[in-house]
Design a protein around this ligand. Structure first.
Ligand code: SF4
Ligand code: SF4
Length: 359
């Protein structure tokens, strides 16, 4: 998937698709759910998933509302996998049981993310460790797919220390942990208080991969300090948000643009919308779009991107030793110009060869 998407700029890297807008919870900061809508019919979802396959999409993420309320979610996951893409879901976790986790295994789910907002449920959010901890234990025991627990900081979160405890519990169970920043209704930052920032800094010390905590972290650190980021948002191209009506939007917080039906979306649309400057980019907190856009930085300026990531990581942790894979990349691409050119041309040939999609 990585080779295919990196080799062609006209393929979406990640598409987030809504199979149902309804949610069983009512988090007060959320503008992405309702209480009444029906699931999108399975045949219509198959058409949309197949269209994403035709566009060459690398990863398809089911979100909502609450995607596990869709009665045919397993069949949708299978369809994504059949098309050769990676299948992931973002869920509040309420409906997970050992049997449900086993059926997600059988469907071929690759990755699941749960966001947990607090330790004890309150009037803002019921996505609480107290309620979900048993589900996390079941996931640790039964899941064949990767699990990430996202804890949240920002206004509306009463006690920022909760985010720290949630991240520690996630790591203790062997999951990845990330920290998200609550945004306003347009995906923009609400400035963080000092106590929230200090918790963010401590969570980021759980050193993750090179990608997460040396490059992406630089974005988040600017955002929480109210400093703008200079980046190019590729939403509408490398990232697509498909609503329950089958329209393509930039992201969950910038709906209405471009607002073109997915059924009519073309590779020209992908290229055009990815290239458009987005006025909301400097203070954007939508992390998944940041991350997909970063892959294009690798694609277009691999030398600068890799050396910048290694340098930022070493600034943050001077004793850090890169893993073997990164050392190999460093040796191939950063230390000697002739070697870099030689490996660069080999890599391009391999990527192009692998980019031919199966019929
Ligand atoms: S669980 Fe998720 S989709 Fe449902 S209301 Fe809360 S944030 Fe929104
Ligand atoms: S910069 Fe991109 S991802 Fe962020 S809010 Fe704007 S359109 Fe959405």
């Amino acid at each position: 998937m990585f080779a295919r998407t990196m080799a062609a700029a006209d393929r979406p890297i990640l598409a987030q698709i809504v199979p149902i807008r309804r949610c069983n919870l009512s988090c007060t900061y959320c503008n992405e759910y309702d209480k009444t809508s029906s699931p999108v019919p399975v045949e219509e979802m198959f058409r949309r998933i197949d269209k994403l396959g035709d566009l060459g999409t690398g990863i398809v993420t089911f979100s909502g509302g609450e995607p596990t309320l869709h009665p045919d979610l397993d069949a949708l996951i299978r369809r994504v996998r059949r098309n050769g893409a990676i299948a992931t879901i973002i869920t509040n976790g309420y409906f997970l049981t050992p049997d449900r986790i086993e059926s997600l295994n059988a469907a071929g789910l690759d990755y699941l993310q749960i966001s947990i907002d607090n330790i004890q449920p309150d009037e803002v959010s019921k996505k609480s460790l107290k309620v979900l901890d048993r589900k996390l234990e079941w996931l640790a025991k039964h899941a064949d797919f990767a699990v990430t627990i996202n804890s949240v900081l920002g206004s509306g979160i009463k006690d920022p220390e909760d985010a720290w405890k949630i991240a520690a519990r996630a790591r203790g169970l062997g999951f990845n942990s990330t920290v998200g920043i609550l945004h306003d209704g347009e995906g923009q930052l609400r400035p963080l208080r000092d106590d929230h920032r200090s918790v963010y800094d401590r969570i980021s010390e759980f050193s993750g991969g090179l990608f997460t905590f040396s490059h992406f972290d630089a974005f988040q650190r600017n955002v929480i300090r109210g400093i703008s980021n200079d980046w190019h948002c590729r939403a509408g191209g490398r990232f697509l948000y498909i609503c329950e009506d089958g329209l393509v939007h930039y992201c969950s917080q910038q709906r209405g643009r471009p607002g073109i039906p997915l059924a009519q979306y073309t590779r020209e649309d992908v290229l055009r919308e990815a290239a458009k400057p987005k006025g909301c980019a400097p203070f954007c907190t939508i992390s998944c779009v940041h991350q997909t856009s970063m892959l294009d930085e690798f694609r277009e300026r691999p030398h600068e991107a890799l050396s910048g990531m290694i340098q930022r990581r070493r600034e943050k942790q001077p004793t850090w030793e890169p893993p073997v894979s990164v050392r190999l990349l460093e040796w191939m691409f950063l230390t000697d110009k002739k070697r870099r050119d030689r490996f660069g041309s080999i890599a391009l040939r391999v990527l192009r060869a692998n980019s031919r999609r199966p019929n």
